[in-house]
Design a protein around this ligand. Sequence first.
Ligand code: HEM
Length: 410
Amino acid sequence: MLDDGHLNLMSHDSFANGVPHKTFARMRREDPVAWTDGDDTARGFWSLTRHADIAAANRAGQLFSSAQGIRIEDQSHEEYMARRTFQETDAPEHSVTRRKVNPNFAKPTIAKFTDLVRELAADIVDKAVQSTEFDAVDAIAKQLPMMMLGRILGVPDADLPWLVEKGDALIGNSDPDFTQHVVDKMDTSAFRMMPFRSPAGLELYEYAADLLANRREVANDGILARMMRDDDGLDELGFKNFFCLLVAAGNDTTRYSIALALSLLAHDPKLITALRTGAYWDTCADEFIRLASPTMHFRRTATADVEMHGKTIRKGDKVLLWFVSGSRDETMFENPHEVQLGRTPNRHLAFGQGGAHVCLGMHLAKLEVRSVLEELVKRIDTMEATAAPTWTRSNFICGVKEQHVRITRV
Ligand code: HEM
């Protein structure tokens, strides 16, 4: 669909050719607290699109609550209780689980993975560049997040392709390339108690049940074993949902950040030359993640009436924090649509920075993006796109699904 500046954010088709940046730019300029009407699938919602407003709402977790759902979908209380994870709770409940899982994601823990991530990245790129033409998403971007998800969870490598396929089906539940149960094209009410209203959720629940029953291998130092050892931690359903959250959150987001970086490199040879100078390794990952902002929004629910920019958001209304828009707000970022590898400071919002739910995986994600690019530019002289990128059909997760490239090796 052509972005004329007025695309409907409720429609997944509005995002099928990439993020409608013109629409977001107009909203930031003219209608920063915008109302979108509901349709057959969900009630209407408010959209916050300016950096300052998103950051302020994200900080005000009691007023803009996560505890009634974090996506556009409306859930009954029963559905919410069946599917919620700690991401769908507020303080103080949220803080209890967050404190428990945090050590596995903290900067010093992730720093210990540096050599492993680099070795894996080198191996992935070595394999990819044996061909001169390939799909960079499949051959490169998809691989490292999948392998590292296995290390974080503590599950065997052999299970990873299956887990990733199920994770794709959850998070890509509106894209026919990822699921046969496209949420806005068929009646998915039979799966309303499953994560993302998806039958893949049921299969992941079964995997998690096997873990709990010791029918599957799990590494002792992974996050799953840590949660399983915790006697006053998650109950069985809580553990299953936690497992689904990690499979969904820890995979596609980083893949799509690497994928956008590769797509941009394939369209602008100057970027490879610049990266090879070595001057941008501390800053480039944040810049590519800013531009990708793959989880485009998370939702909150207003717990009281709020006045913003002359509009009244009523108690109970859904409010979307469009991180993807805030990360390209021209009042915060000079030439926001341009890649500036050395952009400093880079106060993007792709990880939900400033809120209680700020991404746990951000240190890992940045390390992965950087490592893949470092290993890639050591091995190639040029990389050009041989086709236009294709994009996910989703108003929640945005990503380059395919980017065919031709390379020349060093
Ligand atoms: C570039 C990659 C990534 C991006 C852009 C991203 C984005 C986000 C965002 C925007 C949030 C905040 C949600 C909210 O405000 O409600 C979040 C939370 C979260 N992310 Fe990430 N993420 C990425 C990678 C990862 C990875 C690799 C993992 C795990 C291995 C992960 C696990 C989580 C978890 C568990 C939460 C929930 C935290 C909480 O509710 O306290 N993410 N992520």
